[in-house]
Design a protein around this ligand. Structure first.
Ligand SMILES: [Fe+2]
Ligand SMILES: [Fe+2]
Length: 307
């Protein structure tokens, strides 16, 4: 392994040991519970519409529930690219092959379980709210197949970087949800379960990034950050669409026709908060910044990360 400081203290056996210790099942997380739709489910800061005075309290609550749904809907679908991505990584290994293969299989299985967790949360939210919640990714999986294929067209290094950032982001989502007391107890438990497994994935991805970087030129590393930006644009397009689904749901539930100006304000506020929570929290996480900076400073600067 190259002498990157960010891999110090990381090794496959201890990561696998931690993975065994924290493992859970979807039933363990839900324990037959429902979300409480009489209150906000996600922190109110995740919605970012407080300043929109034309919204009534009930409408703010509906938007909060929409955002809770959007979060699990988007993350569950984003994670679909991870098992095939790990398959590519398996074709690319050069040493520690057995340990690496076992980790790949283990973490791929965990991501499949996360998808099941998020699907259960989607269904649970619709049941608790008593109405459907708008979704960008269709049930027939056409959109997710397209999205996954588009992600997989980018090089392995850039996918790992994006993944690492998003995994660190899930730590912030959990921590913020317990800090803001408005968040629903079941929502907090879903985020906690996700994070305790992602914590191992961050370590494992960090090892993989170092392994791939060791065989890369400076130009290839810099190029990986350009691809991270391009991947970010793919993700941003899903935010824009999902925000429109949130506004549709709000109109259906409230029975209110908003003016064009109001729709524009809603779209702007909701897109801003979605980008901040899902992409911003990830790409600005100090642990991700540390890896990015040590890999290639000029590349990291493209993501706004500076020493
Ligand atoms: Fe996950
Ligand atoms: Fe993960």
């Amino acid at each position: 392994m190259a002498s990157y400081g960010f891999v110090k203290g990381l090794d496959h056996p201890s990561i696998m040991e931690a993975a065994d210790r924290v493992a859970w099942t979807v039933d363990d997380v839900f324990r037959g519970r429902r979300f409480d739709a009489s209150k906000p489910i996600v922190p109110t800061s995740w919605v970012g519409t407080d300043a929109l005075a034309f919204l009534e309290a009930g409408e703010q609550l509906t938007l909060n529930h929409c955002r809770a749904f959007s979060y699990v809907h988007l993350l569950g679908n984003y994670e679909e690219f991870i098992p095939p991505h790990l398959g590519d990584a398996m074709d690319n290994n050069d040493h520690d092959a057995d340990l690496q293969a076992r980790s790949l299989v283990r973490f791929g299985q965990e991501e499949r379980k996360h998808q099941a967790l998020f699907r259960r949360a989607e269904t649970g939210l619709e049941k608790s709210c008593g109405h459907p919640l708008g979704r960008y990714f269709d049930e027939q999986k056409m959109q997710v197949a397209e999205f996954t294929a588009a992600i997989l067209r980018h090089p392995l290094r850039s996918r790992y970087l994006l993944l690492l950032a998003f995994e660190w982001g899930t730590q912030r989502h959990y921590v913020e949800s317990i800090r803001e007391r408005t968040a629903d107890a079941l929502h907090v438990d879903v985020l906690k379960a996700h994070w305790v497994e992602e914590a191992q994935h961050t370590k494992w991805d960090t090892l993989e990034i170092a392994r791939l970087a060791a065989g890369s030129s400076v130009e290839e590393l810099r190029d990986a950050f350009d691809h991270v930006l391009a991947l970010g644009q793919l993700i941003d397009a899903t935010f824009a669409d999902q925000v429109d689904r949130e506004i549709e749901t709000l109109q259906q539930v409230s029975g209110r026709a908003f003016s064009d100006d109001q729709i524009a304000m809603l779209r702007d506020a909701l897109h801003r908060s979605m980008s901040a929570i899902v992409a911003g929290y990830a790409l600005t996480h100090p642990k991700f910044a540390k890896v990015a900076l040590e890999l290639e400073q000029a590349g990291a600067a493209k993501l706004g990360i500076a020493c």
